[in-house]
Write a protein that binds this ligand. Structure first.
Ligand code: ZN
Length: 426
């Protein structure tokens, strides 16, 4: 039998195992925040991969944001050497899931099966992808025991809250250094026929306008920070939002609406703090002396972050020139550079060929509107040969009644195993 046929056979033979593995992973409720059951899911995977001949390390991200003795940030990294020198292919999945939220009609941690679907929080984002990568590696090991190089599988913490206790920590330790790992696939739910090359950039900032408190019956004795902020928002509507719609990108971002610069005003707070829901009293009459907004600006590979920031500071200066007593501060909260892997990179070419072989259609190339752990692999790990590829429908992520398709997992496991065969099997 040809290697490709042996792989197809091995994946098909593991269908029940793939389902059971996915169910087991969903049933460990690795909720983040606060970061529950991380050790349990790492131990579960470690036991399985040790039995497959992997060397396994459990690594706690000591002192990373969120790490504590109550909620330790555990990560699992497994590596299985081949029989001869060659490249290392690394599958990286995050093991944390977001809160359950409202609107479920199923048990979020029951992993119920109906038809071709397995339901549960994290089913698509991304325990189904993690399970597919484990099955792909195991199938390749059986079908091609004399593979070259090494296979690595990691399950990492905290992707949903920035990845600092997960991939960022491991990358800072050199775990994604180009001399150790040459190809990275992140099985996020981007759909089994799409290759995600990277993501847009992010700048989060807090803008604060200042005022002066006074009695609300005599507002002329004070200075309203909320009215100042109103002028800022009006200026954004007038000049900034129209400007952003003119900035288009050559990045193949999905959905289409994100193929330009965007800005979200994440929150606005001014004046008296909101009272607890049980409070039955009235507000006190005061002129608000402080107003804050948080902005979430997503930028393109064609833009420089300095330009992005100076658009906003120029806007604030325009408002200042028109308003008496207008003072403000801008505080940077968070920034991520955009990243996009070259279409000619080896991991991209191998994955595109495997998608064509398994699904009989051309792979689509996409870029994610939001960031994921590729940012750390690129910036800290200095590794460019990295993509996101995995089963699942992105729109289901973080939704109630999240599910993963069993056939989709099986197909993408085949694709991943063929990528391993292409990169390590010769
Ligand atoms: Zn995810």
């Amino acid at each position: 039998m040809k290697l490709e046929d042996r792989i197809t056979h091995e994946i098909r033979a593991r269908r029940d195992d793939l389902i059971a593995l996915t169910q087991d992973l969903i049933r460990i409720p690795t909720l983040n925040p606060p970061g529950r059951h991380y050790r349990e899911i790492c131990d579960y995977l470690a036991e399985r991969l040790l039995a497959e001949g992997f060397e396994v390390e459990l690594i706690r991200a000591h002192d990373a944001p969120g790490d504590s003795d109550t909620y330790p940030r555990w990560n699992m990294v497994a590596r299985r050497e081949g029989t001869r020198p060659g490249d290392c292919v690394h599958f990286n999945s995050h093991h944390d899931v977001v809160e359950v939220g409202h609107g479920w009609t199923r048990d979020p941690f029951g992993a119920e099966i109906e038809g071709d679907r397995i339901y549960g929080r994290g089913a698509c984002d991304m325990k189904g992808g993690l399970a597919a990568s484990v099955i792909a590696a195991e199938a390749l090991i059986t079908a091609c025991p004399d593979y070259a190089g090494a296979i690595e599988i990691s399950a990492t913490a905290d992707e949903e809250t920035g990845g600092y206790g997960g991939v960022a920590y491991l990358a800072a330790q050199g775990r994604f250094a180009p001399e150790r790992v040459q190809h990275v696939i992140i099985p996020e739910p981007l759909h089994k026929d799409q290759i995600c090359l990277g993501h847009r950039g992010v700048w989060w900032a807090e803008i604060e306008t200042h005022g002066r408190i006074a009695h609300g019956s005599m507002p002329f004795l004070g200075d309203s920070a909320v009215r100042h902020m109103g002028a800022v928002l009006a200026e954004m509507e007038e000049t900034l939002f129209p400007l952003l719609t003119t900035k288009h990108t050559a990045m193949p971002v999905i959905p289409e609406g994100a193929r330009q610069s965007t800005l979200n005003i994440n929150s606005i707070h001014g004046g008296e703090p909101e009272q607890d829901p049980g409070y039955t009293g009235l507000p006190a009459p005061c002129v608000p002396d402080r107003c804050r907004i948080i902005i979430d600006r997503r930028f393109l590979i064609e833009e420089q972050i300095d330009e992005v920031k100076s658009e906003v500071s120029a806007l604030m200066e325009r408002v200042k020139a028109r308003r008496a007593n207008f003072t403000y501060e801008i505080r940077d909260l968070f920034e991520v550079q955009p990243t996009m892997t070259d279409r000619d990179a080896p991991v991209v070419r191998s994955t595109a060929a495997a998608i064509a072989a398994v699904l009989g259609r051309e792979a689509a190339y996409v870029v994610s509107p939001g960031t994921y752990d590729q940012k750390h692999i690129d910036r800290i790990g200095r590794l460019k040969n990295c993509i996101a590829y995995g089963p699942g429908v992105l729109a289901l992520a973080h939704q109630p009644d999240e599910w993963i398709g069993i056939t989709d997992m099986e197909d993408s496991a085949k694709v991943m195993a063929l990528v391993l065969a292409e990169l390590l099997g010769k």
